[in-house]
Every structure is written in C-alpha cells, then in structure tokens.
Design a protein around this ligand. Structure first.
Ligand SMILES: [Zn+2]
Length: 424
C-alpha cells in the first residue's frame, strides 16, 4: 500500500491517478442556478485534504514550520474577498509545487519552499493560490465537469454517512480531477491579479512573484521544470502582464521582502533534506520490491530525523509483513504519535494491530483512516476482517463489498474477501 505506484494500483487511491475523467463536454447551462453553494464548495475541498496530503508524501512534521506557513498564509487570507475557512499546509514532497482545493485549503511542498529565497516569494506563491480559490476556479471547474446535481449529491453524502458503492467511485473521480486540475492562461492571469493584490495589501513586495517566475523559468531552462508549471502555465506574456499589474499598484517600497523567520524555517528544512532524500530512495526500492534495501533507507531516514513519520510508517509496514509484529507496532505507534491525524499513520497502525489480532484496537484506527479517505479499498477489507472477528456480520459484509467494488476485484486479498462473503 505504501509506495505510490503499488499503493495507488491496489487500492482506492488508484482513482486518484488512473481514472481521470476526460475534460470538457459540459454545455453551458444557466449561470446562476448552476452555482455550487459555498457551503458545499467548502465541504468538498475539505474532504480532499487527506488525499492531497497522501499524494504529496504527508505533512511536514515540524510544528514551528507548520505555524510559520500558516501565519504567512493567514496574513494574506485576511486580505482576500471571500471569507472562507482558509488553511495552509506544508507537505513533504520534493516536487516543486503549490496548489489549492476549493473553498479554502492551500498547500505548498517542502521542495518548493527549499527553492524560495525570501518570505515575500513564499507569500506571493500562497497568495496566487488564494487567487484561484477567490476566483472560484476550482468550483467552476467542478460545476462544468460534474454538474451540480452530482456535486450536491456527493456533498450530502459527506455530511451524513460516508458514501458507499457508486458514490464512492464518483467521490474518487472528483478527487482525481481536482488534484490534476490544469488552469487556463486566462485563469492564471486572473489568479495573478488577485494574488499580487493580496500580497501587496498584506505588506509584501509583489515583486516576489516575479522572482518566483524567474526561478521557475530558470529551472525549466535547466531541464528540470518545476511540477507547478504543469498545472499553472507560464508564458512570457504572463510575466509581462504581472509586471504591469505591479506597476498599476504603484508600490512605493516599505514592503516586507524577507524575514529572519523565513530563513530560520528554511534552514530547518535544509537540515532535514537528507532524511527525506533517504526516504525517497527507500520508496523507490520499495516500489521495486526490494524490501531489504528499502528498510535500510527508511532506517537511515529515521536516524537522520526521528520525526520522519513517513519513514517510520513504511518501516512498520515492512516489519509487519516480515512477521516482526512487536517491532512493527513500536514503529507504527511512534509514527502515529508524531502525526495522529493523517490517513497513513492510522491505516498502518490499524493494519499492524489487525495482524496482532487486536481487532478492537485495529477497528478504532481503521475507522479513523476510513473517515479520512473513504474510498481506500484495503481499509475496507481489513475493517471487514475486524468486524467479522468481532462477530458483527452485517458490518463485515458491507465493508467486504465496498473493498471488492473499489479494488475492482484486483487486490491480493480479493479472492479471500469473495470467499468470506460467500460463507456469510
Ligand atoms: Zn495558478
């Protein structure tokens, strides 16, 4: 379940990557009646935060870094037109990327943060993402792509019980399309305008955005285009237009360009860089089914940075599959202590507890995992096993069915799940 390829292939997260619905196709309906209500937009955006966290290798585990990014983000969000429950996340991925979800969440990767040179650059990146949210680019995409009735339906399911069956699959498809959403040039122009104004209003030098654009261009020329460019097109004309917007703001100086806080947090990130590189080597070895080598990398990653909970979670998984259950549980509980509110740590801890035949304990963590990501097939399978072991047959049946439907019968446990369903 852990390396992205295997994980994605054998589980519900497959929907994130492999079943992207085709774009377009929607005719323009009325304008007003098709607006997704703000409350639903917020709900939908929020429900995909756990997916985005997993997709980008988890949350950066340092509390000070987290608070810093949130602080900069909130100072910008206060200047935005739409009053929404904004939230800002620093994720572990070494990709050079930042993105937003509808209705409030904004994420920036460790890889992009490390490339930035000042707080005003960071602020302008976050402000640009706030621009997309404020211009309702995600919401408009969803309205066009999925139609209002499906969105309202999914929204309704999210409030009450977690969706099952067909709705779970649609839920996954919406998530996949949100995480790979590409913006048009017009939308970029619009988000630039909003973003530059928010940064300016919050006291940041809007030229920070131009510096970021130049950085991305130089990376592109160097043959390593940042991932950000694949969803946010950056033609030369866009840079010229951003310069014009900045001129029209008539900035007179006195802006925040950089801060000691930024440099302190960046040096923290630099200090943990080697650990995350080891982690990525481990993930590659794991994907190549070399678990012995993977374990060595993960252990080195943990030695370098004990808070690297991702490396611990993978370690726990490998140890558990080797039958080393006591050590696996030590690692999975440490991972959970570091990061208690993400899918991966709850799933792994629940899985290890299941193998240790602590079905009640397992159920508790798997339920939490399932609340965070409701369409992960293996979670449903092990929930089924826990319920079966505890004698709750109808619940077990429900989860086996969901597991089979989500995995399309292809998971390693699929035959076992079918057999158990037949017996019940
Ligand atoms: Zn953009």
């Amino acid at each position: 379940m852990l390396n992205r390829r295997d994980f994605v292939k054998s589980t519900g997260l497959a929907l994130l990557t492999f079943s992207l619905p085709s774009c377009g196709g929607a005719t323009s309906r009325g304008t007003f009646l098709n607006l997704l209500p703000e409350e639903k937009e917020i709900q939908i955006g929020k429900s995909y935060v756990p997916y985005a966290i997993e997709e980008f290798d988890g949350l950066y585990p340092d509390g000070e870094a987290k608070d810093y990014v949130r602080g900069v983000g909130f100072s910008l969000a206060k200047k935005a037109e739409r009053k929404l429950p904004y939230e800002f996340y620093l994720v572990n991925s070494s990709q050079v990327n930042a993105f937003a979800l509808p209705g409030g969440p904004v994420m920036i990767t460790r890889g992009l943060f490390l490339r930035l040179n000042s707080e005003s650059e960071l602020a302008n990146v976050l402000a640009h993402e706030l621009g997309h949210i404020n211009a309702r680019h995600h919401a408009r995409f969803l309205e066009k792509q999925f139609g209002l009735s499906l969105l309202l339906n999914i929204g309704a399911l999210l409030v009450g019980n977690k969706p099952y069956g067909e709705a779970l699959i649609q839920f996954g498809q919406i998530g996949a399309s949100l995480l790979s959403l590409k913006f048009s040039r017009d939308q970029e122009r619009e988000a630039d305008r909003y973003g530059l104004i928010y940064a300016y209003r919050a006291g940041y030098d809007p030229m920070g955005m131009i510096k970021v654009f130049e950085l991305f261009k130089s990376m592109e020329k160097g043959g390593r285009p940042p991932e950000w460019l694949s969803t946010h097109p950056l033609p030369e004309t866009r840079i010229q237009e951003a310069r014009k917007i900045i001129e029209s703001l008539k900035p007179e100086g006195g802006f925040i360009s950089d801060t000691q806080d930024f440099q302190r947090i960046k040096s923290k990130l630099l200090n943990t860089k080697d650990s995350f590189e080891e982690f990525e080597r481990g993930k590659k070895a794991f994907a190549n089914k070399d678990q012995r080598q993977a374990l060595l990398h993960f252990q080195r990653a943990i030695e370098m940075y004990p808070q690297n909970y991702m490396a611990r979670a993978y370690t726990a998984y490998i140890l558990a599959n080797r039958g080393d259950l006591a050590q696996a549980e030590d690692q999975s509980s440490l991972a959970l202590q570091t990061m208690p509110h993400v899918f991966l740590t709850n799933y792994i801890h629940g899985y290890v507890k299941f193998l240790r035949r602590d079905y009640r304990g397992s159920l508790n963590y798997l339920q939490r995992a399932n609340q965070l990501i409701p369409d992960h097939a293996s979670t449903h399978y092990y929930l089924g096993r826990d319920y079966e072991a505890l004698g709750q047959v109808s619940k077990a049946i429900e989860h086996y069915k969901a597991a089979l439907e989500l995995s399309q019968g292809k998971a390693p446990w699929a035959e076992d799940a079918r057999e158990r369903l037949r017996r019940m």
